[in-house]
Design a protein around this ligand. Structure first.
Ligand SMILES: C[S@@+](CC[C@H](N)C(=O)[O-])C[C@H]1O[C@@H](n2cnc3c(N)ncnc32)[C@H](O)[C@@H]1O
Length: 226
């Protein structure tokens, strides 16, 4: 339960909100370099994610996040880990990776140093403070597709936020981009996946499976591409 008296010291700015708004409902999320812990706390407060891991490399911010998470009443919901980047996660633990408020070079290093965790994810939400070109180049090299972007202004500074998705057949999708059949093709695929979701929704175990989350993610991706 969110502690009302904690609201007074809790502040989500538009930069963090922009990152959070790319998170899809039902995701399993890691926030790398959580610092104050505001993003994972807001995710927990909105009930957006089914699993939330917050990581910190440095002891000071780790303690700040621990205190804020506990003060907000989400100590039992958000798993806080101390360590470097994504190396303290196993492949398949999360489907959504958020990295915000760091330089593009550091974000790139965190992604490159944990290839198994990255390739088992389905969405990257990245908000580099600089060197965004490095991030765009890396995503292209890794065959991730930027499916959406946003700008957010906080304290007079404008920040860029990128959402990227792993689309297994991204090159095929690009070839179809100019085809008049593209929209119809995606609509048919979405309808088919929605039937799968409806069928899986009937069973508790199917609803909590990786396939269910992956199917929802694919529907979301295709809807954005339409
Ligand atoms: C400027 S803060 C950004 C905090 C928050 N993500 C935000 O956007 O407001 C960067 C945080 O990342 C942490 N950090 C830096 N390198 C890291 C790494 N390799 N792994 C995990 N955390 C890291 C720092 O300790 C710091 O708390």
């Amino acid at each position: 339960m969110f502690k009302q008296n904690w609201r007074a010291i809790y502040m989500i700015d538009s930069r963090i909100r922009a990152v959070m708004e790319f998170v899809r409902s039902g995701s399993r999320v890691v926030d790398v370099g959580a610092d104050h812990g505001y993003l994972p706390i807001e995710l927990a407060r909105r009930g957006l994610a089914t699993k939330i891991i917050a990581t910190e490399k440095n002891r000071g911010p780790f303690e700040a996040a621990r205190q804020n998470i506990s003060a907000a009443g989400f100590g039992g919901v958000i798993e806080l880990r101390l360590g470097d980047g994504l190396q303290i996660l196993s492949a398949g633990e999360v489907d959504t990776i958020c990295i915000a408020g760091m330089g593009g070079g550091l974000i790139k290093k965190i992604l490159v140093d944990a290839p198994d965790v990255v390739s088992s994810a389905r969405q990257l939400i990245l908000q580099p403070m600089n060197d965004i070109k490095k991030i765009r180049e890396l995503l292209a090299e890794m065959n991730w597709l930027i499916d959406d972007e946003d700008l957010a202004e906080a304290s007079g500074i404008i920040y860029e936020v990128i959402s990227a998705v792993k689309v297994i057949d991204a090159p095929k999708i690009f070839k179809r981009e100019s085809s008049p059949l593209r929209r119809k093709f995606f609509a048919q695929r979405i309808a088919k996946l929605q039937r799968v979701v409806a069928e899986m929704s009937k069973s508790d175990s199917a609803r909590s499976s990786e396939k269910f989350a992956a199917t929802l993610a694919e529907i979301d991706t295709l809807q954005r591409l339409c």
